[in-house]
Design a protein around this ligand. Sequence first.
Ligand SMILES: *Cc1c(COP(=O)(O)O)cnc(C)c1O
Length: 230
Amino acid sequence: MDTIATRLGAVHARIEAACLQAKRPPSSVALLAVSKTLGADAVEAAFDAGQTRFGENYIQEAVQKITALRHLPIEWHCIGPVQSNKTRLVAEHFGWVQTVDRLKIAQRLSEQRPAHLPALQVCIQVNVDGGPTKSGVAPDEALALAQAVAKLPHLQLRGLMCIPEHAADFVAACALFKRARDLFYALNSSGLALDTLSMGMSADLEAAVASGSTMVRVGSAIFGERHYPA
Ligand SMILES: *Cc1c(COP(=O)(O)O)cnc(C)c1O
């Protein structure tokens, strides 16, 4: 069986190949290891293999791991939905939150960020394929939200993230990712200084890198298939 270190190496090789293809330097794409549903032992194994950024979806589960692994210099990203009653846990435990799609949530995160911690690093989640039930701000509302979030004192707006529906093929995946990239460029043209475009997962990271992603979020290709508790 492949170890986490072997799989991590294979993911780095995929990112490098995709960067080469896109004529981008490999250092322009960061790897976020998505460790949702896995134990602290799996995170530690990936950390020992050189991985320092981890993404978590379920806040209570994440806080347990963050607490257990607080001796390690890990950068923790919240990539799951954040309800109002969970903002305090996020503000107190994470370095980043990538799923801000409402000003009210951003305001609570800023108010609740402990004074001794650096600003919480934030991405706005954009719903690029327009599904009405999905999270993420509509693309035409992203600029107004980004400008409001950028003014909050204890947050630092870093960019955009998106989770498009699984596309039929490479070309279709690129078309969706490019909507996020175009919005990212437009926000920067209107005066924001964003450096992070978080998109691409195990199945579609090549299309995301070809379309300008600066951070891919990869779970199953590193840790194997997830087993959800019944
Ligand atoms: C689970 C998840 C990922 C990783 O998905 P894989 O297909 O396992 O790579 C990335 N981003 C988000 C928001 C997720 O929930």
